[in-house]
Design a protein around this ligand. Sequence first.
Ligand code: NG1
Length: 402
Amino acid sequence: MNREHLEAFREQFGSEPDRFIRAPGRVNLIGEHVDYAGLPVFPMALQYAVHVAVRPRDDGLVCVASSYPGYPPREFQLGPEIEPFSDGDWGNYVKAAAVAAVSRYGADRGADLWIRSEVPVAAGLSSSSALVVAVLKSLLDVSEIDADPIELAAVAADAEQYVGTRGGGMDQAISVCASQGCAARIEFEPVRVTPVPVPDDWRFVVADTGVQAHKSGNAKETYNRRRVAVEESVERVGEELGLAAGDRSYARLLSEHDAGELMAVAQQVLDDRLLRRFRHVVTEADRTRRAEAAMRESDAVAFGTLMNASHESLRDDFEVSGPELDRLVALARGAGALGARLTGAGMGGCIVALCTPDRVDSVLEALRDGYFVDSPGGEPPPDLDQRLFVAIPSAGASVSRL
Ligand code: NG1
């Protein structure tokens, strides 16, 4: 709990909250743009979270306000039909959670919610999913509904589609199910979460380009187009391999063929654009599996090398990097990071770099001086702590009663 948060709640609603809900953002270490292909990913939850101060209401209204500029107060009635606000309105993330709370769990009690987010918005650190998970947990908690975490993760992932992005389920699963000190392998269909302890001497540095990729706005089309390309490719390759329509999944293809065989078939049936999207997914699946093994063996050099290859694939084959992301990646590598890559959907947002403890300061300094400070010896931006930091693998969402 945070005093300013409490006071902001009092000022907005004229009463006291009786519980706080916390849902963390995440940094994806590897396994990018493959969750919606049904393939495993490997993120960890951050020390930064969305916090909600909550007080139940008995009139069925959900009233929500936030500290974030540009996120004005919103209110609506809980019920079987909840019409969205206009396209791009932040309140739609709240409504997404409310629709799921009512339709999937029968929640019937409204609430006053005051939201404070430490997760940079539209930076590829999953601020949107942390918000959906935090509100969903809040609305279930006031209705005294105790949800199974794995089921909640899947419900939150479906819920977020209400805003129009056809995302995968990685962000919600890690925000709900993360374990302190661990990354996690997340598998899909059905969701499964396997914690993997992060070695004590590994440091993941996160740096935010400041280029925002709003998935309820400018980045939605690009993201959805990538997903369509990924789905179209697997359909065509699966068909060529004689699989029945319902069986043409990446998981099925990869269980029966190695990457070389799949690429040989793909070359016959896909145009250049789809071939590159397909190659990203197939090679990223392999990198993700090997990266998990490298973490289990504390092989930081191998992990870093796989991160580098992931970035190259996202830049060249998947085309979701950009000059700012490439620049941060180059600065981190140049200062001694073992690997660096864009993290999250891309098109802006953050990079993540792996370093040994003795290199952390030089990597932070290189990023700060080479990107965040305009001129040598100049001042960094006031929010530098949230834009450049060492990620601490943190626990999943939680509720605390006052
Ligand atoms: P971010 O980084 O939060 O925009 C998005 C998707 C993930 C995943 C990644 C790319 C949502 C809520 N999140 O994450 O499911 O596909 O892109 O790996 O759509």
